[in-house]
Design a protein around this ligand. Structure first.
Ligand SMILES: [Zn+2]
Length: 443
């Protein structure tokens, strides 16, 4: 016996088919598609890209892929650029030879660390150098941090009690410093010594200076107004550790292939929606892991006053402590962007939580801080459980450790939460720049 299809169902089916056909003519229904999200993050975090370290062929492949996805999403290059790549260069300043002599005695290079942008240092008793003594009971990090903010030429003599902490700084400076400008005279010469009374000094340092090229990948969806909503993530990661046993490639699936995937899919979503009132800029920043240079360069080549909000997306690949598909933002109290986005999110019965790890100072640990220093309501959105994430900055941060359904849900929620910003109906308060710590001048 044949099955008889009731007339009502036949009519309904026809009706749906008609609607579908009509919508295809008008525009695509915007959606965040889990399969596309999966494909994007899988490629960005694949071994082929070798951990996307800045200045490596792997990150160039990542940039090409992001540019291809921006093109598919119909984005335009930033004003004045011919392509999506916003290219620039950085100097790497690395000590070649170091000789320090205090009170007539040569100091072993093991006890010296130098952070400088200068090609050469030739200090003697006539050089105006500020002396700082870090005694046994002083707060090493606080004192050095203060000098970093102040800049200038500094000699720091450090009680041997701080040797452990000193070694960490020495290792960091030993890799060389990356600088937009050289010979700025902002210098720190650190010496571990029991001496505190410095009567004479001689410091001779020669550095090797290399120039290295790097690029952000930036796409624009022009709106009706010049006001900008900036969606960003960093696409660089830590690269390859040749010394490691077993897995050597730091794939950075969560950090931050997940955020990069989010901005590519948000670009597609808002393009398919069409009609954005504000101009939308999607920026994949380079060199975040080595000091946030991509966002620093970007921030000095755009009028930050036009940016009404920065939604920076960092590590959204795994469920947050609030559950799968839930996420939080850094610096919640610094603007009213969070409450404004939560208004939009009521429609899907979800909300963005304040950063549950304020002691980790995450507001300062991503690219948003650079734009926040210019007053932009700039925050990072994340779901990481940083206090217990076993994969954070490990070779095991790969796609297998992600929850792609949760990640797709977070991207959907960011899309819905940002709608009033895109439509020009919500304008968050600016960040009070007097309450944002400046970035360091020396390292
Ligand atoms: Zn990151």
């Amino acid at each position: 016996m044949k099955k008889i299809v009731p007339l009502a169902i036949l009519l309904a089916v026809t009706q749906v088919a008609c609607n579908d056909a009509k919508q295809e003519v008008v525009k695509k229904v915007p959606e965040i598609n889990q399969q596309t999200v999966t494909n994007d993050v899988t490629y960005l975090a694949s071994d082929e890209l070798e951990g996307r370290a800045t200045f490596t062929p792997g990150i160039t492949k990542a940039a090409e892929f992001i540019a291809k996805r921006f093109k598919e999403a119909g984005l335009k290059p930033l004003d004045g650029l011919q392509s999506y790549e916003q290219s620039f260069s950085l100097y790497n300043v690395k000590a070649d030879s170091v000789a320090v002599n205090l009170n007539g005695e040569a100091i072993s290079s093991e006890n010296v660390a130098v952070a400088t942008s200068n090609e050469m240092l030739n200090w003697d008793d006539s050089t105006p150098v500020a002396l700082t003594v870090i005694g046994k009971d002083d707060d090493f990090r606080a004192k050095v941090g203060e000098l970093n903010q102040r800049g200038g030429s500094n000699l720091v003599v450090i009680d041997p009690a701080h040797e452990g902490m000193f070694k960490r700084y020495q290792a960091y400076f030993g890799g060389g410093l990356n600088k937009f400008e050289i010979n700025t005279n902002n210098t720190l010469v650190m010496v571990v010594t029991p001496l505190t009374d410095i009567k004479s000094l001689a410091v001779n340092v020669t550095n090797t200076v290399k120039t290295q090229a790097l690029s952000n990948v930036v796409g624009v969806l022009p709106g009706k107004s010049k006001e900008v909503v900036l969606f960003s993530a960093h696409y660089d990661h830590l690269g390859v550790d040749e010394q490691a046993e077993g897995d050597k490639i730091y794939n950075g699936a969560d950090d931050d292939a997940s955020g990069t995937t989010a901005i590519m899919n948000l670009a597609q979503y808002y393009r398919d929606q069409g009609d954005n009132q504000r101009t939308l800029i999607f920026s994949a920043f380079t060199a975040e892991e080595i000091g946030g240079y991509g966002s620093k360069y970007f921030s000095t080549h755009i009028d930050a006053d036009n940016i009404v909000a920065m939604v920076n997306i960092e590590m959204i690949g795994k469920p947050s402590k609030f559950g799968a598909g839930k996420f939080w933002m850094t610096g919640y109290e610094r603007s009213n962007l969070g409450p404004l986005m939560n208004e939009s999110l009521k429609s899907i019965n979800t909300e963005i939580y304040p950063d549950p790890y304020p002691e980790q100072r995450l507001f300062y640990r991503s690219d948003n801080a650079t734009l926040a220093r210019l007053g932009v309501p700039a925050h990072s959105f994340s779901s990481t459980q940083l206090d217990k994430d076993k994969h954070y900055h490990k070779a095991s941060d790969d796609v297998a450790s992600l929850d792609l359904e949760s990640m797709t849900q977070v991207i959907k929620s960011i899309a819905i939460g940002s709608q009033a910003l895109v439509d020009g109906k919500a304008t968050p308060t600016r960040v009070d720049t007097s309450k944002v710590n400046k970035s360091g001048l020396i390292y």
